[in-house]
Design a protein around this ligand. Structure first.
Ligand SMILES: NC(=O)c1ccc[n+]([C@@H]2O[C@H](COP(=O)([O-])OP(=O)(O)OC[C@H]3O[C@@H](n4cnc5c(N)ncnc54)[C@H](O)[C@@H]3O)[C@@H](O)[C@H]2O)c1
Length: 387
């Protein structure tokens, strides 16, 4: 059993500080080093976040005495950084997507198996209390076979042609953009809750804004709204703003449809699902994360307000506050981190225990799904997901 776990973080834009805050809430994890790109001052960021050591490149951070590394840099950096961190003997927690394509994600899975180190991909939506409750309900309340799943992930922060971020460039973010950036959260969440595995997809994707105006100064994620519409370069866009995807699952006659968009006015960051089973239904929406709707044919519907006292035993430990005390996005990251770092602290990987969190294998699965969705969109037909 380790008393303290020393962590280095790579990247401190939008999500890096959220990871750091989550790690600190655990109490037994110490963030001792930070690396950012040379384009911003690692020292300034580290000072603002009270991290003792700062590096302008990840290679120097990896020379530090660290147990684990958290990767919160842009997607194109994930593969070289995760590979180097595993080769340096560190456990690696990488934000999604794991890498740019399935060749890279496969290499990382193989390397993680060779090293025996702990790997994780922060598909944090699994860790909302009402998502954990959804899984417990489907596992234990006798709802019967899942007939239909519908839902998706919608945002509006890329609605205007003056909205620009590295994600819209396939060389920076990968060929699947809205699908890879947020669709993978939905796909991971649905597969986690239902235990179903996607077998085949039929997809249509669309680039609604084919030319975007890129600001001549660097802009952090979600900070673009504060810019004036001056000083832009026009850039041709070849990644998806939105997509619709039909899904088939292995060994189940379940129908599903996912819609994904980063140009849906008014939807800020909304992952939602409705799951219809023979004996009832459930529905959840990340913009009202502390409620779980349950639908019935023969009695009044229910709306469960998050309260550990009213939740399934297997789900209640994900709720850290009593009923009525809302838990949201940062809490989902904290519970994700708690699950990963408790596993590391108790050295359960040495005992061969199955990780209770998404690993690099799940990151690879999501990349294979993106490949299939892109291929289906190109060819206009159903595509089986490679394994
Ligand atoms: N799970 C989630 O909830 C969630 C939410 C947002 C972002 N993400 C993922 O997190 C990652 C980062 O996204 P973001 O929105 O925070 O991006 P961002 O652009 O806001 O921040 C990126 C950070 O990485 C640093 N960086 C860039 N190149 C680097 C390099 N070569 N070496 C070291 N640091 C480098 C930048 O200096 C910056 O600090 C992405 O992969 C994204 O998909 C996940």
């Amino acid at each position: 059993m380790k008393e303290k776990i020393r962590v280095g973080v790579i990247g401190a834009g939008f999500i890096g500080p959220a990871h750091i805050e989550s790690l600190r809430r655990l109490g037994f994890v110490e963030v001792t080093a930070l690396a950012t790109s040379r384009a911003e001052s690692a020292e300034q960021k580290a000072k603002a976040l009270s991290i003792p050591k700062a590096f302008g490149n990840y290679e120097d951070l990896l020379k530090e005495d660290l147990d684990a590394v958290e990767i919160t840099s842009p997607n194109r950096c994930h593969f070289p950084q995760a590979k180097a961190a595993l080769e340096a003997g560190k456990h690696v927690i990488c934000d999604k997507p794991l890498a740019m394509d399935s060749r890279e994600t496969k290499t990382l899975v193989e390397l993680s198996e060779k090293t025996g180190l702990v790997t994780a991909v922060t598909f944090n939506h699994r860790f909302y209390p009402m998502v954990q409750q959804s899984k417990a309900v489907l596992d234990g309340d006798g709802l019967g076979p899942v007939y239909l799943i519908q839902g998706g992930f919608h945002q509006d922060w890329l609605l205007l042609d003056t909205d620009y971020n590295w994600r819209v460039d396939a060389k920076e973010g990968g060929a699947a953009r809205a699908i890879g950036d947020i669709g993978t959260h939905w796909l991971d969440t649905i597969q986690f809750i239902t235990g179903l595995e996607v077998d085949a997809v039929y997809a249509e994707l669309k680039t609604v804004i084919p030319v975007r105006k890129k600001a001549k100064v660097a802009v952090e994620t979600f900070a673009g709204k504060e810019l004036k519409p001056t000083d832009y370069d026009e850039v041709a866009i070849d990644t998806d703003d939105l997509g619709i995807v039909l899904l088939k699952f292995k060994g189940a006659d379940t129908k599903a449809v996912m819609t994904v968009s980063q140009v849906s006015a008014g939807r800020k960051c909304r992952l939602n699902y409705e799951i219809y089973c023979r004996n009832g239904s459930i529905s959840w929406d990340s913009e009202s994360p502390n409620q779980l709707w349950r639908g019935y044919r023969d009695k009044a519907n229910e709306n469960l307000i998050k309260d550990p006292a009213l939740m399934h035993p297997s789900a209640k430990q994900s709720a850290r506050y009593p009923g009525g005390h809302g838990e949201g996005f940062p809490d989902s990251h904290t519970h994700c981190a708690r699950t990963i770092y408790q596993y590391i602290k108790e050295e359960r990987y040495i005992k061969g225990e199955k990780p209770p969190f998404p690993t690099f294998k799940d990151g690879h699965t999501e990349q294979l799904l993106c490949d299939a969705i892109l291929e289906s969109n190109r060819k206009g037909k159903w595509i089986s997901v490679r394994t």
